[in-house]
Design a protein around this ligand. Structure first.
Ligand code: ADP
Length: 476
């Protein structure tokens, strides 16, 4: 299944230079294969192929596109186990999480297969008797999709599926750490019956490929999931040709436990929201706020739950926590721990690397966290759970919103009034009340503030791939 070639215009090819990039299994540190190290020239070929394919693909019927997407959905599920295994091997997450991710990819594809048939236009009440006005929705054109390594399959599903449903063609650039789960989309789309050039996948130098995708006139839209820092670069680069953009960027999710919370539910939610994918998701809890009346009881149970997490190679049975993606991530997490310690934090669990091979960092509990620590402001992307104590609702809302990010927030309370008040006050695009896992293909996913532009999933997810055309017909 590990395709080690670029997928351009329906052909599998090497980079022009013949150069390759090593792909490493983060659980062992071993090289598991290589993929082409492509640059601007190959990217231009892929864009040209997508541009040519758009001419005919954009004219296909919605029913035809939906049928192919349904076929793609079935193919993904037919190969769920193999796809999950490949994902775990290059990404590190436990096999159960990888299977769930492949299931989510299929779910997004099915959702947008259904949405493809509901792209309606409008007849607008006319202010003139002799003119009829209507608005239609048309595919935007060639879409560039740049995706990260933390969800190497489903992040592409959220972009490729709505693009194809809308009638757009795609050039995808998966993250270099996890290219196989990206390249396989070429093979799956071909098997589902999409014509050559409709989907292209290139791997290689992110900066060079990204710059070409963002500056090429033929690309009409850039959709990106990744860090806010890189998102800003892409926004600037896309400005010169005024491309439409969708950005799913970083987060700094607060997880608030009020005195009236169901404690067991809050602990289970915090574990799920914090330690899934070893803390490497953009909606992962970054800061745990616990009200003073319940603080000590929560800490005791939270610590027990963290200690029980089984860490290891994701391919082994019952593993719940895998490695981080690479050495850089490990070093960053270590910096956050050292900074927290220097500013008065108590590391009561973990706090260090594990194993001599692979990139493992122990699930870590930090008590007595405060707002001066870097981890209160920056996205950690690792298995650190800093716990901040708070006294009042007003205080915790102020602290929770005091960030430039606005992706996900979670809180636990049994009070109906508080649930309403707090969910209204949180400046976040996604809010979980008494729930730590909220992502689903049927709901809009996206952030406020510097966490992004646009929404993926739900009925909103296809809108970003459509242009609205207003037509005024006169002389009636
Ligand atoms: P993460 O911190 O999750 O690795 P990044 O934003 O660095 O997030 O990476 C997300 C995606 O963006 C990856 O596919 C990466 O290769 C790509 N990327 C990184 N830097 C650039 C850049 N300067 N231009 C275009 N893409 C980039």
């Amino acid at each position: 299944m590990k395709r080690d070639a670029l997928y351009i215009d329906g052909e599998w090819t090497a980079a022009d230079s013949g150069k390759t990039i090593d792909v490493v299994n983060p659980a062992t540190g071993a090289v598991i294969g290589t993929v082409p190290d492509a640059g601007a020239a190959e990217t231009r070929k892929a864009i040209l192929s997508a541009e040519r394919a758009f001419e005919s693909y954009s004219q296909t019927t919605a029913a035809d596109r939906a049928a192919k997407l349904h076929k793609l959905h079935d193919l993904i599920l037919d190969h769920q186990d193999d796809l999950a295994r490949m994902l775990t091997e290059e990404q590190g997450k436990p096999l159960t999480e990888a299977r769930a991710e492949i299931g989510m990819s299929a779910a997004y594809v099915r959702w947008f297969a259904e949405e493809a048939r509901r792209v309606y236009g409008e007849i607008i009440p006319s202010p003139w008797q002799d003119r009829q006005l209507h608005a239609t929705r048309e595919p935007i054109g060639v879409v560039a999709a740049i995706t990260p390594w933390n969800f190497p399959s489903s992040m592409l599903a959220r972009k490729i599926a709505p693009a194809l449903a809308a009638g757009c063609t795609v050039v995808a650039k998966p993250a270099s750490q996890t290219p196989y789960s990206g390249l396989i989309w070429g093979q799956l789309c071909e098997a589902a019956g999409f014509a050559r050039g409709v989907v292209n996948v290139v791997t290689g130098d992110a900066r060079t490929i990204g710059a070409e995708l963002c500056s090429n006139q033929a690309v009409r839209k850039v959709t990106f999931t990744g860090s806010t820092q890189v998102g800003k670069i892409l926004l600037r680069q896309a400005a010169d040709t005024v491309k439409k953009v969708s950005m799913e960027l970083g987060g700094n999710a607060p997880f608030i436990v009020f005195d009236d919370a169901d404690l067991d539910a809050a602990v289970a939610g915090a574990i799920a929201a914090k330690f899934r994918n070893s803390g490497q998701t953009c909606v992962c809890t970054n800061r745990v706020y616990v009200q003073d009346g319940i603080h000590d009881a929560f800490m005791a149970r939270f610590a027990t739950a963290i200690e029980a997490l089984k860490m290891g190679n994701g391919l082994e049975d019952d593993v719940q926590a895998g490695p981080l993606i690479d050495e850089n991530s490990l070093a960053k997490v270590e910096e956050f721990v050292a900074d927290a310690q220097a500013k008065g934090g108590n590391i009561t669990l973990g706090g260090k690397r594990l194993r001599s091979r692979g990139f493992f960092f122990a699930p870590t509990l930090i008590e007595n966290a405060n707002d001066d620590m870097r981890l209160s402001r920056e996205e950690v992307f690792g298995p650190l759970a800093p716990v901040f104590k708070f006294t009042s609702e007003e205080e915790v809302l102020r602290r929770a919103n005091a960030t430039e990010f606005g992706l996900a927030a979670y809180f636990y309370t049994q009070s109906l009034g508080r649930a309403m008040r707090v969910s209204r006050a949180l400046e976040y695009g996604i809010v979980g009340i008494n729930e730590g896992l909220v992502t689903t293909e049927v709901a809009p996913f996206g952030g406020f503030k510097e966490s992004g532009v646009g929404r993926e999933g739900g009925p909103h997810g296809i809108e970003d791939y459509l242009e609205i055309k207003y037509v005024c017909m006169g002389g009636l």
